[in-house]
Design a protein around this ligand. Structure first.
Ligand SMILES: [Zn+2]
Ligand SMILES: [Zn+2]
Length: 129
């Protein structure tokens, strides 16, 4: 029974115990990574711009793959390379908006009583997911 009582390890960044992804390396709650990148790689402008292009390509091909954290990263990428953050991204990172669909919070799905929990849980208030 000891295993059942064992508490999940708390994340040093968000101080929650939501669980750990990627072989226990990444906090499920906030995305904090335990292991520092080898060699402390600092991406340059060109690398960051390519990541921005990856994001745009995924968004064009199948935006259902994207999560609120992806939009937050896209915002940081645009800022880091000195590009204006497109409205479609800024809407999803603005306070009191849904981080997934960009509607004012609570969004249609967020306040739906019929949407399955698996769908609803992907819609979170911007900044909280
Ligand atoms: Zn965390
Ligand atoms: Zn939403």
């Amino acid at each position: 029974m000891g295993l059942l009582l064992e508490k999940l390890e708390e994340c040093p960044a968000c101080e929650r115990a939501d669980g750990w992804n990627y072989d226990g390396q990444q906090c499920d709650g906030c995305g904090y990574g335990k292991v520092p990148l080898p060699g402390a790689w600092v991406p340059g402008w060109d690398d960051l711009n390519r990541m921005r292009q990856w994001f745009n390509a995924i968004r064009d091909v199948n935006p259902t793959y994207l999560e609120p954290r992806d939009y937050q990263l896209a915002e940081r990428l645009h800022q880091a390379i000195g590009m204006e953050v497109p409205k479609g991204i800024a809407d999803r990172t603005a306070p009191n908006h849904c981080g997934l669909c960009g509607e004012p919070w609570p969004c249609r799905v967020g306040r739906s009583r019929t949407a399955p929990e698996s769908v609803r849980s992907r819609h979170v208030r911007a900044g909280s997911g």
